[in-house]
Ligand binder design. Structure first.
Ligand code: AGP
Length: 616
């Protein structure tokens, strides 16, 4: 995610730049690809920004010495709209450089706003959604910053945390927030804004958490908060008692847990900007990054999904969803296999490579081989500007933000959401999905974030259950169809962070050998979210129970029959079976996490593993 830091000193002799650079350094854990600052020097706003590490900006400005001034805003950018570059780095300004903006979040309607401003003669220099805000502020600015800010915020849709400066109002800097965290702080020397506590913890432990659609006006000696109707808002400060390490994890014990809790937001961020129409009446799914016309989408005769690890598991689910909704044959391959089996890619084949990091060597090799054979390659990637994102013919970004924990959770969930959108898009252009079915699927899709919140709230009971298996030798996951794909991911999560041996098995395949490993007390996790397979999976549960297994079931609330045959049942809320993976994986992530925590494992950095496997 992007990082924001702003400061305005009480004394005109105060220097904002070093404080901002220091604060941005404390936000580096959030991941970024460029950085910049805007500082008011007493006459004008100076802006410096550069692609790359913060050190580059520090060197460029001699630690801020070359940017004197008592007020400023700074930013570390995690690219979403527009690849990493100097020009796409924040701050962004209006043409005259008299208004500067830094932004964390996604302005969902920036394309239509940009078109309106361009029609009024505004010129754009970057590919970002944020630059639109700078020009829109100029458009509404008549000398009253608060009035201009509120007018702009009434017109933007999406998530924002903003730092804003006006050259003719150097006595204040402004902040605004909706769905993207932003805090405000103050001490005897001045006032601060920051995306997160670590940035300003060394200056103050008294902070104000901004609420949605609030605006803050910061002076060196005072703070004021306003609603979007320009009414003043009273806010209570909060005292932070975290140390900085805990603060980077926003109070969570591990990045993995923090990222699990970010899954609702990453699904919203991945699907919302691609739903055309108003919230209440979505008319279509628009995935501009596909660079494929409806005709080209209709011409796709076969899809090859290629990936590694969890991305491969998302691809296995993608196969069922794409074949089920869009009736396109799909093959899913492990990239390390695909690249050496000389695959037969027929006429009309589309290759989809899935990768969180966008740097996985095997997946990149599969991409290059496919392109060399003349096939179109679509990337589903999280890291903007990564190698796979750049080399794919088209790239559908999963806007999950940087994922710090080695074991993926939020990026995996965002990959699933991207695959759902793709399947629905293909089905619609191929005339296979009625408006009614489309509306029903959209409703289910949009319910997922809240439903995930409900499942995350069950962490205590899952932790209690997990503590019974800290000494387990083998744990098996079984399921059929999409439930098999879910089992693959649940088993990998457990293995990679708790070091307990685990296997995922197609439930119907168990009796062809592996069932010989089931002994008294062996834990078998049975996933059953597909109604037409409920009974079959119950039969498989009875098979393992007969051999002494202890069965944890993850199933739909409606599937009461499971309670009769299982020893511990985690129910998931009702959703379309094609989307059930997004819900069923939550208790499995929690189970793996608490087993690993209980075993004292290094959850965020498991032994032998790297976040991105950039070698064969
Ligand atoms: C998943 O938790 C692991 N970190 C690993 O399996 C990962 O999914 C795999 O290495 C693929 O990485 P990528 O998505 O960055 O290509």
């Amino acid at each position: 995610m992007c990082g924001i830091v702003g400061y305005i000193g009480k004394e005109l002799s105060a220097q904002a730049a070093p404080i901002i650079l220091d604060g941005l350094a404390k936000l580096e854990y959030r991941g970024y690809d460029s950085a910049g600052m805007a500082i008011y020097d007493g006459e004008k706003i100076n802006t410096r920004k550069a692609i790359g590490r913060l050190k580059i900006l520090e060197n460029l400005t001699r630690g801020g010495e070359d940017m004197p001034g008592a007020a400023g805003i700074g930013h570390t950018r995690w690219a979403s709209h527009g690849a990493p570059s100097d020009i796409n780095a924040h701050p962004h300004t209006n043409a005259a450089g008299t208004i500067a903006v830094v932004h964390n979040g996604i302005i969902e309607n920036y394309i239509s706003l940009k078109k309106k401003l361009a029609n009024k003669g505004f010129q754009f220099v970057s590919e970002t959604d944020t630059e639109v805000l700078a020009h829109l502020l100029e458009y509404y600015y008549k000398g009253n910053p608060l009035e201009a800010i509120t007018k702009v915020l009434h017109r933007v849709e999406g998530a924002y945390a903003l730092g804003i400066m006006f050259a003719d109002h150097p006595e204040e800097i402004y902040a605004a927030r909706k769905d993207s965290p932003l805090i405000v702080g103050q001490n005897e020397s001045g006032s601060f804004i920051a995306s997160d506590v670590p940035a300003i913890l060394k200056y103050t432990r008294t902070v104000y958490y901004m609420d949605n659609q609030e605006v803050a006006a910061l002076r060196g000696d005072g703070l004021r908060f306003y609603s979007l109707d320009e009414e003043e808002v009273e806010k209570e400060p909060v005292t932070i008692d975290w140390d900085s390490d805990a603060a980077e994890k926003a109070g969570y014990e591990h990045f993995m847990l923090k990222e699990m809790y970010e899954q609702p937001k990453t699904i919203i961020d991945t699907i919302s900007p691609r739903l055309q129409g108003t919230k209440g009446n979505v008319s279509d799914i628009v995935i501009e990054e596909l660079h494929m016309t409806d005709e080209e989408l209709r011409a796709v005769q076969k899809i090859h999904i290629v990936a590694c690890g969890s991305a491969y598991h998302a691809g296995v689910t993608g196969k069922y969803v794409l074949e089920g909704l869009a009736r396109i044959p799909v093959e899913v391959d492990l990239a390390s296999e695909f690249r050496y089996r000389n695959p037969i890619l027929g006429e009309g084949s589309l290759v989809i490579v899935i990768s969180q990091s966008g740097e996985t060597a095997d997946t990149m090799a599969a991409l290059r081989d496919s392109k060399a054979k003349g096939y179109k390659v679509l990337g589903i990637v999280n890291v903007v500007g990564s190698s796979i994102a750049r080399e794919a013919d088209a790239c559908l970004y999963t806007w999950a933000g940087p994922e710090i924990a080695v074991a993926t959770t939020k990026a995996y969930s965002a990959q699933l959401a991207a695959l759902y959108l793709l399947a629905m898009k293909f089905a619609r252009v191929r005339g296979l999905m009625s408006d009614e079915v489309f509306a029903g699927l959209l409703a289910d899709l949009r319910r997922l974030p809240d439903q995930i919140e409900l499942l995350l709230a069950q962490k205590q009971s899952i932790q209690h259950f997990a503590n019974r298996y800290l000494g387990a030798r083998d744990i098996f996951f079984i399921g059929r169809g999409i439930d098999y794909a879910i089992s693959l991911e649940g088993s990998l999560k457990l293995k990679e962070i708790s070091y307990i041996h685990s296997e995922a098995y197609a439930a119907g395949e168990l009796k062809h050998g592996t069932i010989s490993l089931i002994e008294d007390g062996t834990l078998v996790v049975a996933v059953s979210t597909q109604p037409e397979l409920y009974q079959k999976t119950i039969s498989n549960i009875q098979e393992v129970k007969a051999r002494g297994a202890f069965v944890m079931a993850v199933t739909n609330e409606e599937n009461k029959a499971m309670e009769k045959v299982s020893d511990y049942v985690v129910s998931i809320p009702e959703t379309n079976p094609y989307f059930a993976n997004s819900l069923a994986i939550i208790p499995l992530q929690l189970f793996a996490y608490y087993v690993a925590v209980g075993r004292g494992c290094d959850v965020d950095k498991p032994r032998n593993l790297a976040k991105s496997v950039t070698i064969e």
